[in-house]
Design a protein. Structure first.
Length: 402
C-alpha cells in the first residue's frame, strides 16, 4: 500500500478529524451567550436558533450513507471537516435571526455528514489494522472539546468578538483538517463501484438490517443516558444536594474527563478481552456510578455523587465506540462488502443522536412527575437493557481487510 495511505497514519488522521469536530462544537457552545447578546435575541428566539444545528445534523445524516457509498468516506470527510468551521462564520457574521438560523442549519448538515464519514473511515481503519482503535478516536473528540472550551474562555477574556474568535478557530482547524485529510485511507476502501455505475442502487433502505436496528436501540439507550447525565448532573447536585454552583459544575466536568480518559485505554482492553465482556463490565460500572449518585441524595455527601458521575463516565465511555464498530463490521459480515458500511453507520448515528436528544427531555418530564432523583433512577432501565443484549456487539471484532 502507498505510504500515504498507511493505516497506522490513517488512524491518527481520523483521530484528528474527531479532535477538530470537538474543538468546533465546543467553540460554538462557549460563545452562545455572546451570540445571543449580539443579536439581541429573546430566550424563545435563541431556542429557535439552537434547533437549527439539530435539525441540520439529522437531515445531513440521511444523505451521508449514500454519499459515502458513492464517493467513499475519505473524500466526504475531507470536504465536510473543512466546511464545518467555515459554516460557523455565517451565524457569527449574521445580523438577524433568519440568517443565523440558515447558517446554523448549514453547519448542522455539514456536521451530521462529517460525523458519519469520520466513523465510517474509523471502521475502515480498524479493518485494515485488524484491531480496535475507534474508542481512542472518540477520545480525541473529548480532548478537542476541552481545548475548545479553554480557548473559548481565553477568547472572551481577551475581548475577541464572536466573529473574530470563530475566524481564528476556522483558520487553525482548516490547516489541521488539510493535514489530517491527506493521510486518510483511499476512497476505494468503502466506496461502492456498482453504485458509481448505477446511482439508483443506493436508497434510504440500504444498510438497514435487523442487526443495525438492534445495535441502534442499544446505542440509543447508551446515548440517552449520556445526554441525561450531561444535561442534568449540575442541576441534580445543586437542587437535590444543595451544592454551590461551582461544586455542581464538577459533576459534568468529572464525568467528561473520566469518560475521555477511559476511551484512551478502551481499545487496548477491548483487544484483550473482546467487546461483549467490555460492554457488560461497562454497564456494571455505570450502574454502580448511578447508585453512588442516588445514595448521595438527599444527604450532604456531595463528593459521593461526584464520584458516581465519574464512574458513569467510565461506564458509558466505550459503549458508543464499540457499537459503532459493531455496526460497521457487522454490515461487512452481513453483505460481504464494505460499501454498505457508511449507510449502516448513518442509520445508527441517527438513532443514537435521537437518544442524545431524548435523554434530557425524558428526565425533565419524569422529574416533573416524580422528582429529579427518581427520574435519574429510571436510567437503570436502559442500562440493564444494554447489559442484557450486550451479545449483539460481538460483531465489533474487526473483520479481516480485503
Amino acid at each position: 500500500m502507498d505510504e500515504r495511505h498507511d493505516p497506522a497514519r490513517a488512524r491518527w488522521a481520523v483521530a484528528g478529524l474527531f479532535f477538530i469536530v470537538g474543538i468546533v462544537i465546543s467553540t460554538w457552545f462557549t460563545r452562545i451567550p455572546q451570540f445571543k447578546t449580539g443579536l439581541s435575541l429573546s430566550d424563545a428566539e435563541l431556542t429557535v436558533a439552537l434547533l437549527a444545528p439539530t435539525v441540520g445534523a439529522l437531515t445531513g445524516m440521511q444523505f451521508a450513507g449514500r454519499l459515502t457509498a458513492r464517493y467513499g468516506s475519505a473524500p466526504i470527510a475531507r470536504v465536510t471537516i473543512v466546511l464545518a468551521p467555515a459554516a460557523l462564520l455565517i451565524p457569527a457574521a449574521s445580523g438577524d435571526l433568519v440568517t443565523a438560523f440558515v447558517g446554523l442549519l448549514v453547519f448542522g448538515v455539514v456536521d451530521g455528514i462529517a460525523d458519519v464519514a469520520a466513523n465510517a473511515q474509523g471502521v475502515a481503519v480498524e479493518r485494515q489494522l485488524r484491531r480496535p482503535v475507534l474508542s481512542g478516536m472518540h477520545a480525541a473528540w473529548g480532548i478537542g472539546a476541552i481545548i475548545g472550551a479553554l480557548s473559548g474562555g481565553a477568547a472572551i477574556a481577551t475581548g475577541l468578538t464572536v466573529l473574530q474568535h470563530f475566524a481564528v478557530m476556522a483558520a487553525v482547524t482548516v490547516v489541521l483538517a488539510l493535514v489530517a485529510g491527506s493521510q486518510l485511507l483511499p476512497a476505494g476502501v468503502d466506496r461502492s463501484q456498482t453504485d458509481r455505475e448505477s446511482p439508483k442502487r443506493t436508497s434510504w433502505r440500504t444498510g438497514w438490517t435487523r442487526r443495525v436496528l438492534a445495535l441502534g436501540l442499544l446505542g440509543g439507550a447508551a446515548m440517552l443516558c449520556e445526554g441525561a447525565i450531561s444535561n442534568w448532573s449540575a442541576v441534580f447536585l445543586h437542587d437535590e444536594l444543595a451544592a454551590t454552583a461551582a461544586v455542581a459544575s464538577l459533576g459534568y466536568s468529572v464525568f467528561t474527563v473520566v469518560e475521555t480518559a477511559t476511551r484512551l485505554v478502551g481499545d487496548g482492553v477491548r483487544r484483550r478481552v473482546g467487546p461483549v465482556p467490555v460492554v457488560r463490565v461497562s454497564v456494571a460500572l455505570a450502574i454502580a456510578g448511578l447508585a453512588l449518585v442516588l445514595l448521595g441524595s438527599p444527604s450532604d455527601i456531595v463528593w459521593l455523587a461526584i464520584v458516581g458521575f465519574g464512574l458513569l463516565g467510565a461506564g458509558l465511555a466505550v459503549l458508543n465506540p464499540i457499537v459503532f464498530s459493531a455496526v460497521g463490521h457487522g454490515s461487512v459480515q452481513d453483505t460481504g462488502s464494505a460499501d454498505t458500511a457508511g449507510a449502516a453507520i448513518a442509520h445508527y448515528t441517527t438513532m443514537s443522536y435521537g437518544g442524545v436528544l431524548a435523554g434530557p427531555a425524558i428526565v425533565g418530564w419524569l422529574s416533573g412527575a416524580m422528582g429529579l432523583t427518581a427520574a435519574l433512577a429510571c436510567l437503570l432501565v436502559p442500562l440493564v437493557g444494554i447489559g442484557l443484549f450486550a451479545r449483539v456487539t460481538a460483531a465489533a471484532e474487526p473483520a479481516v481487510a480485503d
